[in-house]
Ligand binder design. Sequence first.
Ligand SMILES: NC(=O)c1ccc[n+]([C@@H]2O[C@H](COP(=O)([O-])OP(=O)(O)OC[C@H]3O[C@@H](n4cnc5c(N)ncnc54)[C@H](OP(=O)(O)O)[C@@H]3O)[C@@H](O)[C@H]2O)c1
Length: 207
Amino acid sequence: MSKVVFNMTVSLDGFVAGPNDSPENGLGDGGDALFHWYFSGDTEISVGSGSPLLKVSPQSAEILKASIATYGAGVWGRRTFDIAGAWGGHPPGSPAFIVTHHVPQEWAYAGSPFTFVTDGVDSAIRQAKEAAGGRDVVVCTASILQQCLNAGLMDEIHVDVAPLLLGKGVRLFDHLNIKPIELERIRVVEAPGVTHLGFRLVKERQS
Ligand SMILES: NC(=O)c1ccc[n+]([C@@H]2O[C@H](COP(=O)([O-])OP(=O)(O)OC[C@H]3O[C@@H](n4cnc5c(N)ncnc54)[C@H](OP(=O)(O)O)[C@@H]3O)[C@@H](O)[C@H]2O)c1
């Protein structure tokens, strides 16, 4: 059954980007260090022609390949879409669903690599699941994770923890309105420059 899986790189103090992020300063002040692990190994991985070729350690490569193989669709927020320059039209996961209040008309055409969702994360996740054909839906932005958690839509949280304290910036776990959620740890992998952690949300069975 299709799962909704979150995956991003985070600093030890819980930031996915430093302050002042923008298209010219993608990961914000000091945030580039979050992605050092993507470019400091010797195993090459491509995640789409709109993203740079990754060079990671063998341990990280194994995890990335296994994860990518399970993804059938991806959901992002509009800020990441804009900051990434729409990945030049080649999103790192497809089909790609972008949650936004305003559809960018230059990308709204038949055959566009993007589906813009203006009626919220429930709708985005539902559409992505339909498109994923039984594979998983990956969520790759903080604001969408938070809304999915608030709505009870998330199944797994995977974080690649970079050995870095950013102090300020874009918080991963912000704006939460949840009851405590028990997590089952399903992965811990130490790799050069990063620690890969995976958790499954323990959900109460419906009676
Ligand atoms: N560390 C990593 O692995 C990693 C990976 C990717 C990105 N990043 C960074 O993460 C940062 C962006 O993340 P973010 O969480 O701040 O923003 P985001 O999720 O990418 O985008 C937020 C925007 O999406 C739209 N949106 C979100 N929920 C919506 C809803 N329910 N209905 C309609 N529109 C909605 C809104 O934009 P509009 O109102 O304009 O439509 C909102 O401002 C950037 O700095 C990026 O570089 C880090």
